[in-house]
Design a protein around this ligand. Structure first.
Ligand code: PLP
Length: 388
């Protein structure tokens, strides 16, 4: 009897890219097992912001691996302490506490548990089209029915309001609300940017009712939107900031950042065996240093502006809208996006979708000007002349 071939995950088995095997990368360039060269316009799902194999992150991983790969969180470790010091040093001084885990969904899950415990309440107000991960709590905050329905019943107490609808948000948030959970830019849901009014209203509603405000910056965090953190653009500071993806240069990490006041109200316990491992923290130190030294927020802003100018000139009969901030961009087509993705791939560019009709661009922030321009050129060609 032949053994079934294991796949990396169920989603991978159903992915349109399953026929492509990627074996290595450098910066924003990926190579497949036949030597084919591809520019990453989103293939690393935002976790490759610093490049596929950033040399500084790689050196930090190698050095740390020879010293101490893993240590339980019950013991102090200077690498972890230093990573937390640097991360908090990039954030407003109101923050001061961080729970480290291994992924975006865990960062969200910890945020939900902290909010419930600290407020003694259970209701969560999230946004339609929002995406927060696939574990049961984070999935309950996630909007898309196709992702949820096979796993119902989900966690009770979640209510979704239309994104950017201040009146609906105000009506939903009440004295039973533990937390308002929002993405400043909805990534998976189609690349929709929050309005300043909506985020300010969320802050005010939280303050009025005693709820906490959580920003899920798993996708927007660390330089992608042209700021280190997207919330800086609106100057609306949350009580909980949820981070992951490229925070450690591609090594699995999740971070739930909060204030000492919230921590003081937390009852119960939460823990992760691998969270805050010296390996991830060493990579995280190298990653944060790189982001700051290489001024990646400015780079994301500059390359994003170029893209919006160029993509904004695409023919309106093919493109409904171009949206986004920095290097998190969505091109909403007037037709299904799958043929466009396939046409881009055949030209050597790997992009992803955000829903059925949105081409989502979230390239490594280190992408060269030349490769970015080539990627935009390929999109212009494919979208203007059709994907044949
Ligand atoms: C905004 C947001 N939150 C949470 C997640 C879940 O992150 P992970 O896949 O690391 O669990 C994602 C993943 O794309 C995301 O974009």
């Amino acid at each position: 009897m032949t053994e079934p071939v294991p796949t990396a995950s169920f989603e991978f088995a159903a992915s349109p890219h399953r026929s492509r095997t990627i074996v290595r990368g450098e910066g924003a360039v990926l190579w497949d097992d036949h030597g084919g060269r591809f520019i990453d316009l989103g293939a690393t799902h935002g976790a490759g912001s610093l490049g596929a194999a950033n040399p500084e992150v790689a050196a930090a991983i190698a050095a740390q691996a020879r010293s101490l790969v893993h240590l339980g969180s019950g013991y102090a470790n200077p690498v972890r302490t230093e990573f937390l010091r640097r991360l908090l040093g990039l954030l407003p001084p109101t923050f001061g506490r961080v729970f480290l885990s291994n992924s975006g969904t865990e960062a969200v899950e910890a945020g939900l548990k902290i909010a419930r415990s600290a407020t003694g309440r259970t209701k969560v107000v999230a946004a339609m089209r929002g995406f927060h991960g696939r574990t049961m709590g984070a999935l309950s905050a996630t909007w898309r029915r196709e992702l949820r329905e096979a796993f119902e019943p989900l966690v009770p107490g979640f209510q979704h309001v239309p994104f950017n609808d201040v009146a609906a948000l105000d009506a939903a948030v009440d004295d039973a609300t533990a937390v308002i959970l929002l993405e400043p830019v909805q990534g998976e849901g189609g690349v929709h940017v929050a309005t300043a009014e909506f985020l300010r209203a969320a802050r005010a509603a939280a303050d009025r009712t005693g709820a906490l405000l959580a920003f899920d910056e798993v996708q927007t965090g660390i330089a992608r939107t042209g700021r280190l953190f997207a919330f800086e653009r609106w100057n609306v500071v949350p009580d909980l900031l949820l981070l992951a993806k490229s925070l450690a240069g591609g090594v699995p990490i999740g971070a739930t950042v909060t204030t000492p006041e919230v921590e003081a109200r937390f009852r119960g316990s939460h823990h992760s065996t691998f969270g805050g491992s010296p390996l991830a923290c060493a990579a995280g130190i190298a990653a944060l240093d790189f982001v700051v030294r290489e001024r990646l927020p400015e780079r994301a802003e500059r390359l994003g502006t170029i893209a919006r100018e160029r993509l904004g000139r695409l023919p309106p009969e093919r493109v409904r809208e171009v949206r986004g901030l920095g290097l998190l961009l969505g091109v909403e087509l007037r037709e299904k996006v799958a043929p466009t993705l396939a046409a881009l791939e055949s030209r050597g560019f790997l992009a992803i979708s955000a829903g059925a009709t949105v081409l989502r661009l979230l390239p490594p922030l280190v992408i060269s000007d030349t490769d970015w321009s080539a990627g935009l050129g390929a999109i212009e060609e494919v979208v203007t002349h059709g994907s044949g």
